[in-house]
Design a protein around this ligand. Structure first.
Ligand SMILES: Cc1ncc(COP(=O)(O)O)c(C=O)c1O
Length: 488
């Protein structure tokens, strides 16, 4: 994530007429990738004008603070964000009729692309039957069953509306289960907009203290200082520092919450055995381990990062790709903790939680992901591998120093001399401005990336090998143009 608060680096979070019908393609197997074409339809169709976006933004700023209902939708965009009118498959079209291949995918939520016919049909059918009732519904049972079939490490699941309410409820369950108040989170990790999570999301080193023992810093104005007293911050991917901090706070910590694959300072995978060791230390300290799988869930594997790395947390939170375009989230985990939810125990609820429209969309989404023996995840993995193996060569040909790292379904491209980025402090060594300009050049070529390098380049199951080839050509051109347009 970056920067909803306006603090730190002022970053934020968020794609040609085509002969294909990607939305209808669902999970077609990948073909062998051929050589990269020299020109593509996409290349000849550069963006002509975005004047309607410009005037919409002018008016929006007079009506909505900043111009949009999430800071991430405008903060890093210069001179103005592009207003998207519609999407189909891996593509979106703006209000001026320009078409883009979309690698933002609504911050990764659109795992099956835009307007997937099966998801659309499920939502339409449900809308005709009623969108929400404030009662239990059969769809909720069906979705819970499907969820637990895919996330085999969880014994129980409960649904909500967005990632923020999932992480805040998981933290509350952990506090109730342990009778302790303190939460340990990791520097640079983002868990949504509630006060307990908006600490040290971005933290300028000049004020954030030692790398090995970071000082908790609010990531928004308006967070009570009392909240800071209940949050401990640790560097991620640094076991020694984490151990030392846990020793210092022995028996105080209710929950350790983390993104099991760091995804909000760019994509940063965990060191080998890191997750396993953190889990052991959590158990020794009677603290619950919460994996925030809002980004990784239903993207990196059917059962999330916990399945990929073989480490089972006590509780997990899910959002984004769980819904595939509808507002839904989930908290899941061990029954002994989940069953603390109830009257007189841990409160849980919300008017829009598990509404029938969201349940119908999410169920269709998970059915698509899990059919043919989870074939969708093979597509995501193969596409990512291909991107990640080609990009370094393209960058090198164009004489740019880059570091590319990722996991199945998403990756980051950092302009940096570093060979690896392992945690938040190291992520400060990347050239944001260069990436921002790179994303602008790509936008002109019909490739939509978020301009903030802390946001992931996300793939969907309906991106095709041809899309990828076009994108690689666009990247190669953009790398070259960058030399003329970027001033160090
Ligand atoms: C890891 C993680 N957790 C939680 C959230 C919050 O989710 P939401 O924006 O749906 O509230 C996000 C959002 O980007 C996230 O990346």
């Amino acid at each position: 994530m970056s920067n909803p608060s306006g603090a730190g680096n002022a970053q934020a979070k968020q794609p040609g007429p085509n002969s294909k019908d990607p939305a209808g393609q669902a999970v077609a197997p990948l073909q062998a990738v051929g050589t990269i074409p020299k020109t593509t339809a996409l290349m000849t169709q550069s963006i002509k004008k975005t004047t309607t976006s410009a005037s919409l933004y002018d008016e929006a700023r007079t009506l909505i603070p900043g111009g949009a209902s999430s800071i991430l939708r405008w903060a890093s965009y210069e001179p103005y964000p592009i207003y998207i009118d519609r999407g189909m498959g891996p593509r979106v079209v703006d209000v001026d009729g320009n078409e883009y291949l979309d690698y933002l995918l609504c911050f990764g939520a659109m795992i099956n692309g835009h307007s997937h016919p099966r998801v659309v049909q499920a939502i339409k059918d449900q809308a005709e039957r009623g969108t929400m009732f404030g009662t239990p519904v059969e769809l909720e049972v069906k979705l819970a069953r499907k969820f637990l079939q895919m996330v085999k490490t969880s014994e129980s699941v409960i649904f909500g509306s967005n990632g923020t309410d999932a992480t805040s409820n998981a933290i509350r369950i952990a506090r109730a289960a342990t009778g302790k108040d303190m939460i340990l989170k990791f520097e640079g990790h983002y868990h949504g907009q509630h006060d307990y999570a908006m600490i040290s999301v971005e933290a300028p080193p000049s004020v954030a203290g030692l790398e090995e023992y970071p000082r908790p810093l609010p990531y928004s104005a308006g967070i009570p200082s009392l909240v800071l007293d209940t949050v401990i911050v640790s560097p991620w991917n640094n076991l020694r520092a984490f151990e030392r901090i846990m020793k210092r706070h022995r028996n105080e910590v209710a929950a350790i919450i983390m993104e099991p694959i760091m995804s909000n300072s760019g994509v940063i995978p965990p060191n080998p055995d890191y997750l396993k060791s953190v889990k052991e230390i959590a158990t020794q300290n009677d603290a619950l381990l919460i994996f925030d799988e809002v980004v990784t869930g239903f993207r990196v594997s059917p059962g999330g990062a916990q399945e990929l790395y073989g480490v089972t947390p006590d509780l997990s939170t899910w959002g984004k790709a769980l819904g595939g375009g509808v507002a839904i989230s989930a908290v899941s985990g061990k029954k002994e903790f989940m069953e603390l939810i109830g009257p007189g125990k841990v409160s849980y609820g919300g008017t829009y939680f598990a509404n029938s429209l969201s349940l119908a969309g999410a169920l269709a989404n998970l059915e698509l992901l899990s059919e043919n023996d989870n074939h969708a995840f093979k597509i995501l993995k193969d596409l990512t591998n291909r991107f990640m193996s080609e990009l370094p060569k393209i960058a090198e040909r164009a004489r740019h120093e880059v570091c590319i790292q990722g996991v199945p379904g998403m990756f980051s491209l950092f302009f940096t001399k570093q060979k690896k980025i392992m945690n938040y402090r190291e992520s400060l060594l990347i050239d944001w401005n260069k990436y921002k300009l790179f994303s602008q050049i790509l936008l002109e070529k019909g490739i939509y990336l978020h301009p903030d390098d802390y946001e992931r380049i996300a793939l969907s199951t309906v991106h095709t090998v041809d899309d990828l080839e076009m994108t690689l050509v666009a990247f190669e051109e953009a790398f070259r143009e960058l030399h003329d347009r970027h001033v160090n």
